[in-house]
Design a protein around this ligand. Sequence first.
Ligand SMILES: CCCCCCCCCCCCCCCCCC(=O)SCCNC(=O)CCNC(=O)[C@H](O)C(C)(C)COP(=O)(O)OP(=O)(O)OC[C@H]1O[C@@H](n2cnc3c(N)ncnc32)[C@H](O)[C@@H]1OP(=O)(O)O
Ligand SMILES: Cc1cc2nc3c(=O)[nH]c(=O)nc-3n(C[C@H](O)[C@H](O)[C@H](O)COP(=O)(O)OP(=O)(O)OC[C@H]3O[C@@H](n4cnc5c(N)ncnc54)[C@H](O)[C@@H]3O)c2cc1C
Length: 666
Amino acid sequence: MVAMKINEDLQKERSKYNFDVEELTNFLDWGPQYTLRRRNLEQKVLNVKGLLDDIPEEYLSHKEKYENAVRKAVLYYRILQKENHSNISDEEKTRANFRNMISSAVFRDNSPFSLHYSMFIPTIKGQATEEQKAYWLKRANNMEIIGTYAQTELGHGTFIRGLETQATYDPETEEFILYSPTLSSYKWWPGSLAHTSNYCVVMARLFIKGKSHGIHPFMVQLRDEETHMPLPGIKLGEIGAKLGFNNVNNGFLGFENYRIPRDRMLMKNAQVLKDGTLIAATNSKLTYGTMVFVRVLIVNNMANLLAKAVTIAVRYSAVRRQSQPKPNEPEPQILDYITQQHKLFITIATSHAFYINAMWLWEIYFNVNKDLGAGKLENLPELHAIACCLKPISTSDTTVLIERCRLACGGHGYMLSSNLPQMYGLATAACTYEGENTVLLLQAARALVKAWSVRVEGKPLKGTMAYLAGTTAPKKWDSSVDSIVKIFQDVAIRKVSGAVETLKDYQKSGLSLEDAWNKASVCLTAASEAHGRAILLSVYKSEMDKRTASLSSSLKKVLLQLVELYVIYWALEKVSDLLLYTSITEKDITELQRRYIGLMEKIRPNAVGLVDAFDFRDEILNSALGAYDGRAYERLMEEAMKSPLNVEPVNETFHKYLKPFMLGKL
Ligand SMILES: CCCCCCCCCCCCCCCCCC(=O)SCCNC(=O)CCNC(=O)[C@H](O)C(C)(C)COP(=O)(O)OP(=O)(O)OC[C@H]1O[C@@H](n2cnc3c(N)ncnc32)[C@H](O)[C@@H]1OP(=O)(O)O
Ligand SMILES: Cc1cc2nc3c(=O)[nH]c(=O)nc-3n(C[C@H](O)[C@H](O)[C@H](O)COP(=O)(O)OP(=O)(O)OC[C@H]3O[C@@H](n4cnc5c(N)ncnc54)[C@H](O)[C@@H]3O)c2cc1C
């Protein structure tokens, strides 16, 4: 084997760490056993021939991209499927896959099967009866059928109660008749829907004897299992090219009185009996369960995306040299510029903050799910409220920080071969899908306004809302990390109380609740963001205090530096709130700024170590700029040579257009 030649600057960086990189990798993976599993799986998958692209995806046409993605997806999921056969619980599977990013080695974009795994299977698990599960889950897990989740329509995504697709029960034949009454009722967006899936869960409005009974899930066969032709009564197609997700095969779907048997309604929560009697769900929002699951998954996924982006940007910043601040001295590594550290170190810390919050949120999710299984619904609203804050904050912060990583790589970050633009495309999509961010913050605001009225009644508040019982009096500034975290809760209390007051004032002025809500909605989303930030900061700090107790003192020190950096970064970002709601002075702010710079200096020697600890194989980073060996320039040139335009020295457009044009003949 030829020894890998490592860029000298990177080599030097790697001799400077003052913590154990492997210990941090194990910590991030939720335990060393999961690091081992993840690496074994990566080894198995990435050795499969034909899985990685010779020609980068971006040089393919729209059609070729899809066809290539399906080819690779089949190879990839066959291996994953074998792994899934092992008899482990969903909780264990989640931990094992917490930092599984293999699919980004296979697709710079995303997989045409991602909806099958992220929504189709979870919907069967969450919405089907035991009997239905026994049949459909087996088929779906074996990939005998490929499915998706079709909820959004051309006319409505956010407002689920406004969906128009009809499922009318016919007791004569014991069938549902699916019908799309308008253009706006066409399903629009579901991934894999256009040409990949042959089944899908359709969310449709149930009608029995002319009466509407709200939205329910139906298992619908779309295509013939043998020929893959759309079945009569089904109108299917692809919605076209997008900013990202071009492998994902997002589609449209309409129904022309398409009949399905009664047992195709997923009936765990609500049932339609043969004679058309409806047994309603104990809570109509149980139908929204898959969305809650994916919102939790998204926080997890954002931590992974950020870790990838910052690995690329930090390694590149260690090998890139630019400018000459001191005469007669070599150009510094751009990583030595404080402004560069300001772009990057917060991204490392944010990734950690999201990992820790995602672990915490998964535990809550599993507990609520167990409760639901036992018929206990009381903790569902809190889970929904937390997910409605953390999903928007994690996706919007990730989008901003990936873009910052791209900018940190200068011109080379703009290259698709850096993989940063594609990652931006994936992150910004998540700001919209699975509940548009503003809309989710407004959902969280409903819960906060309710919590405020509980406080006003003098009743106790629970869980993540308990702190809202605190005083609204201005706070004395104290710059310890614990105090700043607490102050973020105080800021949230003030913002919630301010938003409630604003809402009431508008109502008092004669507006209806709905109009007052609309007028107050900027304050309401700000209150939800403040609540979400308070959760993120306090969970990151308290879980880190707990989880680092068993770590070596050297690693603990580095991790707590990142916690402090994160907390101070956000204090400085939200300084206007601190000026409004605490006794902070200009001098305190200057001290915070100095402390922030001091922390970056402490983190600087460990920067490459911290990103090495994310432990992404080069295939997974899939970037010319971020590989372990730091050969960024060589890889940029290698990637450039893959451009189809470099195959011939003179392009035919010269003879066809340029020459006649220059000769004045065109
Ligand atoms: C191995 C490989 C695996 C690969 C994985 C790789 C990882 C990648 C990550 C995943 C990739 C996925 C790819 C992309 C997937 C995108 C899929 C979609 O977008 S799909 C489409 C996604 N689409 C969307 O997300 C649509 C967004 N829209 C919505 O969710 C809803 O319409 C709404 C929530 C906005 C309003 O609903 P509405 O019915 O009008 O409700 P009201 O406002 O009237 O509130 C009434 C009461 O209900 C309460 N409540 C509400 N929800 C819930 C809940 N879930 N629970 C509990 N409670 C809930 C609420 O709090 C309120 O309580 P209260 O105040 O009265 O006490
Ligand atoms: C990449 C991608 C993949 C997707 N995959 C799927 C899928 O697999 N299956 C599926 O069913 N769907 C899917 N979707 C659809 C997605 O879930 C919806 O686009 C999303 O829920 C937002 O709904 P919308 O498009 O109707 O936006 P709209 O609700 O029309 O939002 C437009 C604007 O209106 C504002 N707005 C809307 N309602 C309110 C309100 N009540 N108060 C204040 N402001 C409001 C929003 O904040 C936003 O600024 C996908 C979307 C994308 C981008």
